[in-house]
Design a protein around this ligand. Structure first.
Ligand code: NAD
Length: 356
């Protein structure tokens, strides 16, 4: 297979962790006979330094012309005092919008080997858990009208939540497609006992489910889901939910896995072109020291192969290599525990390559 990948190393630890992910992708090419062409693009602080804006039109066009985008992270103290419209994060919003990415996927995966980092009891963790939160990214309350005013002498604020059936259907289709590549279960989370948006959400998700008889669908109210995530996280495979609920639940789910350095993420749109990035930020406190954990970015590259290129066997190969390295006791500083071997960012890359 021959594919073009736009590579945005970004700021802080971005170039270090993306460097290791590219070594892993190169190894996959060698092993399975694929060719990936990389195009380096600037975004975030490095783009502000070079071009005065966090994302140039040329960089966005190049990203659009690629088959997938691999991103490190953007931002850092150097750019914190710039006015809002030229902050590094604006680049992220612009590229998500430009690529039409409406579904955010965040796996929350706890390896048995990292059980100590999990705040839940050992009997709840068992052999670890593996779920994926799929959050709608461009609709709902955050994108409705917001208004603050006064009524009858009282200050009053209003935020409007809206969803139309197309917005719900397109992400539901993505969730069922993703569930097919996993354990075949979708938990659709809503508040259908109160909200009209949720009633429509539930109705449309059930219509989509009819096209996927091989995938199990269950509905869950958001308050119950918040409880179940800490009571019995093993029950979940794909959690499908709207923007605000997903914002909150994905942070809860990532917290129960322990380390931010382990969490991959993907954003998908209507086509196969997706953007893949670690959930964490640019970690300025450890940038340039070869200390960052590259696993979140390496697992993001694995998601890229799975969801943009349909290379499931290659993605499984990377995931298994990461697990074996953890089993052998190699840890970067953020996931270090007693009796394990402390390794640098590039040494972690070496060990994963060796396993491949
Ligand atoms: P952060 O995620 O960068 O760091 C929080 C803590 O987690 C730090 O102690 C850091 O060392 C640690 N950490 C993060 N990733 C790690 C890794 N791979 N390995 C080991 N440790 C890791 O969050 P922050 O400090 O709030 O933000 C720093 C900068 O990153 C800010 O400029 C922020 O705007 C930006 N940011 C960018 C993104 C993105 O690019 N998508 C996301 C969040 C924050």
């Amino acid at each position: 297979m021959e594919k073009n990948i736009a590579v945005i190393r970004g700021d802080g630890i971005g170039p270090e962790v993306v460097g290791q992910a590219l070594r892993v992708l190169d190894k996959i090419c060698e092993k399975y006979g694929h060719t990936f062409h990389y195009t380096d693009l600037l975004m975030g602080g490095c783009s502000i330094d070079a071009h005065g804006v966090p994302l140039t039109d040329e960089a966005l066009e190049a990203a659009k012309a690629s088959d997938a985008v691999l991103l490190g992270s953007v931002g850092g103290p150097k750019w914190d005092t710039l006015p809002g419209n030229i902050r590094p994060e604006k680049g992220l919003l612009a590229i998500r919008k430009g690529l039409g990415l409406f579904a955010n996927l965040r796996p929350a995966l706890l390896y048995k080997e990292l059980g100590e980092a999990c705040p839940l009891r050992a009997d709840i963790i068992g052999d670890g858990f593996d779920m994926l939160i799929m959050r709608e990214l461009t609709g709902g309350l955050y994108f409705g009208a917001h208004e603050t005013g006064e009524q009858d002498g009282l200050r009053k604020a209003t935020d409007i939540m809206t969803y139309d059936e197309n917005e719900i259907r397109r992400i539901a289709v993505r969730a069922f497609d993703v569930a097919r590549k996993r354990r075949g279960k979708v938990t659709s989370v809503d508040k259908a006992n109160v909200l009209d948006c949720s009633k429509l959400w539930r109705a449309v998700v059930h219509e989509v489910a009819e096209e996927y008889p091989d995938v199990q669908l269950e509905d869950m109210l958001v308050d119950n889901c918040a409880m179940q995530l800490v009571k019995d996280p093993k029950q979940f495979d794909v959690i499908l939910t709207e923007n605000m609920f997903g914002d909150i639940l994905s942070d809860e789910a990532s917290m129960v896995t322990g380390s931010i350095g382990m969490l991959a993420s993907a954003s998908l749109g209507e086509t196969k072109l997706g953007m893949y990035e670690p959930s964490g930020g640019s970690a300025p406190d450890i940038a340039g020291q070869n200390k960052a954990n590259p696993i979140a970015t390496i697992l993001s590259a694995s998601m890229l192969l799975r969801y943009s290129f349909d290379l499931d066997a290659e993605a499984d190969d990377i995931d298994a290599a990461v697990q074996r390295v953890l089993q052998r006791g190699y840890r970067t500083g953020d996931i270090m525990s007693e009796g394990c071997t402390l390794v640098s960012c590039s040494e972690m890359g070496d060990h994963i390559l060796e396993e491949l």
